[in-house]
Design a binder for this molecule. Structure first.
Ligand code: 5GP
Ligand code: ZN
Length: 146
């Protein structure tokens, strides 16, 4: 099992997975939470204010590939983040979304859970169409979430 995980990591790096590169610190990200197994950082094209992504540090392509203990660690981190957007951003609700495979709207093939704060009356409709975010606003909301 350990050898398979190591090979998976190597394969991910070879394939140049963008989220593996964030884990490795090769691409900058506004990280708001981390532990031994997971990383939570702001989405670059937020659907609402405070939209974050929770990922396992170890590469797994999607929900059908991720090991159960990794999924449990990501779930716990997503729960922490959901509480954080309630407490720090005064969100009125939250959506946790995982997209699996292109048929399920997945575009980045490193497992992730979207934590999308919802605000009473916000205009978001699912699936949202990502549009580049305002980087200053993303940095400010990351600061509020830390
Ligand atoms: P998916 O479409 O796979 O469910 O979600 C992928 C998400 O990753 C999108 O919401 C997209 O905005 C986000 N994303 C793609 N590239 C980057 C990046 O380089 N940095 C960050 N922080 N988010 C990214
Ligand atoms: Zn990866």
């Amino acid at each position: 099992m350990r050898a398979r995980n190591w090979l998976g990591w190597v394969a991910a790096m070879v394939e140049d997975c963008i989220f593996c590169r964030i884990v490795a610190g090769e691409i900058p990200a506004h990280v708001v939470d981390e532990d031994e197994r997971t990383l939570t950082f702001m989405d670059i094209a937020p659907a609402t204010r405070g939209h974050a992504l929770v990922i396992p540090r170890q590469h797994a392509a999607d929900l059908w590939e991720i090991e159960q203990d990794e999924l449990l660690a990501v779930s716990a981190a997503a729960h922490r983040q959901a509480l954080r957007v309630r407490d720090r951003l005064e969100a009125d609700g939250v959506n946790l979304i995982n997209s699996c495979r292109p048929a399920g709207w997945q575009t980045v093939f490193h497992f992730h859970v979207h934590v999308i704060p919802r605000y009473d009356g916000d205009p978001l409709k699912l699936p949202w169409v990502p549009a580049p975010g305002d980087m200053q606003e993303i940095a400010a909301v990351a600061q509020a979430l830390r």
